[in-house]
Write a protein that binds this ligand. Structure first.
Ligand SMILES: [Zn+2]
Length: 281
């Protein structure tokens, strides 16, 4: 697990303050809310001047100060919203804001607001399983290297989930989410607040082990792969398309639903009907 935010080491800062060339000038920066966690202590919760060059974009400068561009929701440049690609001249006043949380009524937005696909770094196994339980598409392996995560994120247009700031600053990564909390449940809540939930029918339709999709199978087809008691006690069985793991309605699924309901009640979100019924066949 990455270090706690308060102990994050300073990252290599752009060499913009060396006075090379004739284009060096200062701009005034102010970072808001949790973005301050990424900054050197002397820059937190205050407006400060920092040298820029005419060739530096907002993205370059924000990352040079330690904040991954993936965590920036909006930037106001002299009180007007500006894209991260905007080049700076010096003399600007820059306010950098994090992504806004979705309001609870938007957590289950339905098909019109598709939830992105994700890739979790090798330290986030618990979060990956919890997200799969809710129906999120999450690639995860405990032996993923940072280079593999970055490459897969680029190839498959996935959002990178991590507590590694340096991973999010890699050039290949367009979308990411730094998990501020350490605990898995709190991380899951952060993801839901930022991206919403997959629409209701997706809950409990993915394999927790491999991210494959579950499909309904005949009871007779899994008779030799399920404990006798469970095979006799339950009617509905599901199999993972990828790894062939068998799932059935039992105490495990009941416990998962209870955990999901508790999480959603915690954040005041809607409760998709699928949490109260069997997985879709
Ligand atoms: Zn599987």
């Amino acid at each position: 697990m990455a270090a706690c935010m308060d102990t994050l080491p300073a990252i290599a800062v752009y060499s913009l303050s060396s006075g090379k060339g004739s284009n060096v000038a200062d701009a005034a920066f102010r970072f808001h809310a949790e973005l301050n966690n990424f900054l050197a202590p002397r820059h937190r919760a205050r407006r400060f001047s920092h040298p820029v060059s005419q060739d530096a974009t907002l993205k370059h400068m924000i990352e040079a100060l330690g904040v991954p561009h993936t965590e920036v929701g909006s930037v106001l440049l002299d009180s007007v919203e500006a894209p991260l690609s905007r080049r700076l001249q010096g003399g600007e006043s820059i306010d950098v804001h994090p992504h806004a949380d979705l309001p609870p009524e938007k957590f289950c937005a339905g098909d019109e607001a598709p939830v992105p696909r994700f890739i979790a770094d090798a330290h986030l196994g618990q979060l990956a399983k919890q997200m799969r339980m809710l129906g999120f598409d999450v690639l995860y392996r405990n032996d993923f290297s940072d280079a593999e995560v970055a490459s897969l994120a680029e190839q498959e247009e996935r959002v990178v989930l991590t507590r590694d700031r340096d991973l999010l600053i890699r050039k290949q990564i367009e979308r990411g989410c730094y998990l501020h909390p350490v605990a898995g449940n709190e991380q899951l809540l952060q993801v839901i607040r930022r991206f919403g939930l997959p629409h209701g029918s997706r809950a409990l339709t993915r394999c927790l082990n491999c991210n494959g999709l579950l499909r309904r199978v005949a009871k007779e087809a899994v008779a030799d792969r399920v404990p006798t008691y469970s095979w006799r006690a339950y009617s509905h069985f599901f199999e993972c398309d990828e790894c062939e793991q068998v799932y059935w309605e039992g105490s495990h699924v009941v416990r998962m639903r209870q955990r999901i309901l508790h999480l959603l009640e915690t954040i005041g979100g809607c409760v998709p009907s699928a949490f109260k019924s069997e997985p879709a066949g």
